[in-house]
Write a protein that binds this ligand. Sequence first.
Ligand SMILES: [Zn+2]
Length: 874
Amino acid sequence: MSTPSITRLADYRAPEFLIEKTYLSFDLNEAYTDVSSKLSIVSNPQSGKTSDLFLHGEQLELLSLAINDQPLSSADYQISREGLTIYNVPEQFVLHCKTRIYPDKNTALEGLYRSSGMYCTQCEAEGFRKITYYLDRPDVMSEFETVIIADDNAFSVMLSNGNCLSDSVVDGKRIVHWHDPFKKPSYLFALVAGNLDCLEDSFITQSGRNVLLQIYTEAKDSDKCDFAMQSLKKAMRWDEEVYGREYDLDRFMIVAVDDFNMGAMENKGLNIFNTSCVLAHPKSTTDAAFQRVESVVAHEYFHNWSGNRVTCRDWFQLSLKEGLTVYRDEEFSADMNSRAVKRIEGASFMRNVQFVEDAGPMAHPVRPDSYLEISNFYTMTIYEKGAEVVRMLANILGPENYHKGTDLYFERFDGQAVTCDDFVACMEETSGKDLHQFRLWYSQAGTPQLHISDSYDAERQQYHLHVRQHTPETPGQPLKQALHIPLKITLYGEQGAQDLIIEGKNYGEETVLDICREQQTIVFDNITEKPSPSLLREFSAPVKVDYDYQLQQLQQLVLLDSDGFCRWDAVQNLMGRVLHEAIEGDSKEPTQDALIQSLKRLLQNFSAMDMGLLACLLDLPSEHYVASRYEKADPAAISQARTHLQHQLALALEPELLACYQALAGEVAGLSAEAMAARSLRNRALGYLMCIDKAIYRGLAEQQFLHAENMTDQFAALKAMVHAEHAHIEAQHALQAFYQQWQNDALVVNMWLQVQATKPWGDVLRDVRALLEHPAFDKRNPNKLRAVIAAFANQNFSQFHQLSGEAYQFLAEQIADIDQRNPQIAARLLTPLTHWHQFIAPYGQLMKAALDSLSQHELSKDVYEVLSKSLVEN
Ligand SMILES: [Zn+2]
């Protein structure tokens, strides 16, 4: 293929034209859709004069074009693959344009497409240009009116953004007219037409306005919307109370769609959701999925302010809306659930996924400098690390100044398209803090490492903490500067937390240190004994910390630290050491003993603990995380060491695990935080017990599978049985029974596919190939691709990394095939192979060979970008 062109932040120019009003009419026919647009265009006074207008447009059939009602001749314009150039346009005019598109043939799921007979749209980032010719860039904000026309009775609902002005039938055609009074960029446009059921509710805003709330689904799913509705109302209230943000339209709509590339989309007033992020029912939905629905519903709702009212100037600023909104939804979830557990989940996700991204060929800053295909930048770095950057700002400023900063941001930039710098400037202005150095977090890629050592001066009663920071090089950024890193800390002595006195000022038991230099030493006074430092409390910055703890210090932190993240981190540290020793062939008894003794004491007191937290403490570090700690990782050694440790822990903690499992039986119904926490602990215990090949535990799992009252327990039992090393016939029976029971529920069938694709034993690649032929599989549906292919490649470390390299080739073949239909999803599936350089021979070479074979195919821009960056030797 020809090399696609690079878009660079440095080349940003204000738009030469603006679109003040956008009038769209969609005529939905069975075989095609005709889109008529009437755009009121003016030249932008902020920009240099030009008389040629370029409009984005791809894969469109142009039917007619007119300026101020004068039809244009073919000499007046030119069409290219990227769009339409009209020559010599006036300074102000009305453009009429008619295009034809084919939603039925749209398998990329960008623009207007059909999913199970329903029309829907996905326009972020650049899907609108597949609907009609337009200035499809976020800094062009326009007022939209939309008319949808279809045969009367063809669809029960025909929706677009904003408020419904009229709904009438003329000559057998139904015509529905929508108007969105708020200016918005084209990426927030949405249209839905289908035969859908609707759950309705209402919400009174803090100023007393009544908002109609609607969730639309296919009729078969209409009993699965209550939880999303409750979540929406909680989110609306929370945003009023915490951020002072009120909803602005008369109506807020959510539509659930089966075929969707992403999780959900915040189109103004008309959010479109992947069914997996909105449908929930106690019988068929796990606790984890309930929490996901709660957080995604909140996330998309919060975008109404952080994204829609104030939007991004260009796509390099994507984290402006995503980082801020993820931070907002994380804090909402922390307020609704266990704050400690939510923080551990966030930290764990950063370590297991974002840090790995940072160490790979696609590493990029929170505000990237360039891209070939913007769809490839909907990444962990933009979303999760972006949220950590906002969290650090909140940590550095304190809650009061942080909220003054967001108030100013929303007020000053309402109705505008702005930059990450504009956001930081508001924080700087309201707090008076110098955030000059902090801004580097937006432009510098990579995961910083803090190397921390200490010394204690008993005579002077002084404790010295030496901090050195270093960020490894990333593609295109060989040299890194020192960052401003907030390091939250407590010092523990025999008697508990010590007062932190620095340069004569007492900061109490916990403080945030501003680490700004490459090396710095902090001196604490009046410290009466050598303390154990509790570092990076609440994961106060997205960094790796390296401090040489003694085993006894780690045990103390596991048992006594008041910060949940630090307790988890101490266990992870102990587990990491045991794994490292095993991988190096140098297992040491004291390390494993320290780990086992700590976990034993926790389990013996489980009823007095936050059980959700305890469940997290029992989690082993992922293989990906372990691998990321080596220059060149040996996947077989890592999987083996991890499996061995799991087995050892199960044997050593067997009585405690069993006691815990039995004590929690039967008293964990409902969806309260406590019930969910108890279930997560009980099922973690079951997972461990099933590592021991005893009939009694298989019996427990089978009984739980057969008699479970909810999906969390049923699925946990199924997974424990299917994933057990010594798989018995009852596991096969359970799989069959599960499918029989749930074959008509697509989301549950996805879990059934996934549990098989992630099985750590046996010839799983053969099973995965068979699943692709199963009637429940549909290669056009992104959720199914994620449930089988992505789950296998991302979550089945031991089976994906096989010496034959067959799994790597399999993935490459699948990507080549999927790329022809859905480039976004294909590019995303490529991630596991891009890390080839992190693995020893022959794994690394075999992964690269798979990439090489993929490069022989005709590829989309999406896949081409990831592939070409991955093939660079370093
Ligand atoms: Zn978002």
